[in-house]
Design a protein around this ligand. Structure first.
Ligand SMILES: *Cc1c(COP(=O)(O)O)cnc(C)c1O
Length: 397
């Protein structure tokens, strides 16, 4: 398809020079694509599950059936690939877990994986349950300790290093470039769960990662009304082709309605991330030194253990997620979450509404999460309101 932003009707001039617009400009216009029938500035929603064959039995449109591919899904994938600088492109899945598990499903029996000790608990639980059945060994290490990662990697046998940065729910930071170097030296791929960073703050593929995964349910969609996941790849190699085959064969593609809503959200992603991250940074500063709070976990704080690495690999902010530890312990943390009025007591993250959650009671007894921890997902409400609401709940707990 011709690049619409090179057409004369595009925001600026020349049709021979490739456009060099900022990612924010490209996202705002969904890459400038217009509907070829009506010239509408919003792409149509493609819902067909099947497509007419040509008289010679071919499929000249490139579409034959909706399980392997969908034009609305492709629109959102193109924007995501642009945002992530993904030369191989992006693949949308029916959830973040479907995207993540596709990567592990592509491994072979006998392969070894290194994953974080503190990571999205649902994926850790899946790995612990499913990898042994496939005779794939997994070691969980503290990924903020690169020496521990280096020790865990088995050259030739380790095929995948999986990191998550900032890592849910302690927001520990992993050095992506260094993890890529260690993985590649041993013949392994590096995959990054970048859900909490978003492509606005971090582009792992530009730092040497091979794959990026997001739960698009979170800030990418940002309105708490779509479950989706995405993989973006650095290289269109055989492994990338296998991921596409796993999605297509396993029937894990995102539905067109969800892809349409996600596309609509991606247009405002840079604005939402900027506002939500600025709010989180302000709340982190205000809760530091609060009499009811023993620790604020946020890589944007200058004394956070992950700050130096985060400052190197994150641009324009440190994310919309933070956690606080309540000085009086678990019961006070649960009581605090019970008293808030503006914050919503709910799981998930990245939406425009702010959410608070006592993580340890969600994650259960094996959780590395301290029992006094409250996870905060900052939305777009007034920061003064968010602070006052949580401050009052902490003091009354
Ligand atoms: C939510 C989440 C996932 C799982 O994504 P779903 O869309 O819920 O399947 C994976 N990683 C992180 C960091 C998450 O927050």
């Amino acid at each position: 398809m011709a690049d619409p932003l090179s057409e004369p009707n595009a925001p600026t001039g020349s049709s021979d020079a490739p456009p060099a617009f900022a990612k924010r400009s490209l996202a705002a216009q969904a890459l400038g694509r217009v509907d070829s029938v009506t010239r509408g500035v919003v792409a149509p929603l493609h819902v067909a599950t099947t497509f007419l064959r040509d008289p010679d039995n071919g499929y000249s449109s490139g579409f034959s059936y909706a399980r392997p591919d969908n034009a609305t899904v492709r629109e959102a994938e193109a924007v995501l690939a642009m945002l992530e600088d993904a030369a191989a492109g992006a693949l949308l899945f029916g959830s973040g877990m479907a995207a993540a598990t596709a990567v592990f499903t592509a491994l072979e029996p006998g392969d070894h994986v290194v994953a974080p000790r503190v990571m999205y608990w649902g994926l850790k639980r899946w790995l612990s349950a499913e990898m042994p059945r496939r005779r794939i060994a997994v070691d969980f290490v503290d990924m903020d300790d690169l020496a521990a990662l280096a020790r865990a990697i088995r050259p030739g046998t380790t095929k995948l290093v999986w990191i998550e940065t900032p890592g849910n729910p302690l927001w520990t930071v992993t050095d992506i470039a260094e993890a890529a170097r260690l993985a590649h030296a041993a013949g392994a791929r590096l995959a990054v769960d970048s859900t909490a960073a978003s492509p606005i703050h971090t582009r792992p593929l530009t730092l040497g990662a091979d794959l990026v995964m997001h739960s698009a349910t979170k800030i990418l969609n940002g309105h708490s009304d779509v479950v989706a996941g995405v993989l973006a790849g650095a290289t269109p190699d055989a492994f990338w082709e296998r991921l596409a085959a796993i999605r297509s064969g396993g029937g894990a593609i995102l539905g067109p309605f969800e892809a349409y809503l996600l596309m609509r959200s991606l247009r405002t992603l840079p604005l939402r991330v900027a506002a939500q991250s600025a709010g989180a940074a302000e709340l982190a500063r205000r809760f530091q030194g609060h009499p009811c709070v023993s620790h604020v976990l946020y890589p944007g704080l200058p004394d956070d253990p992950g700050h130096a690495v985060a400052a190197r690999q994150m641009e324009g902010g440190f994310g919309f997620m933070l956690s606080i530890r309540v000085r009086d312990g678990e019961a006070a943390a649960i009581a605090t979450a019970a008293r808030v009025r503006l914050w919503k007591r709910a799981t998930s993250l990245g939406g425009v509404e702010s959410l608070i959650e006592h993580r340890a009671s969600v994650e259960g007894p094996d959780s590395p999460c301290p029992p006094d921890l409250l996870r905060l997902s900052t939305g777009i409400e007034a920061v003064d309101d968010l602070f006052a609401d949580l401050d009052a709940a902490l003091r009354d707990a």
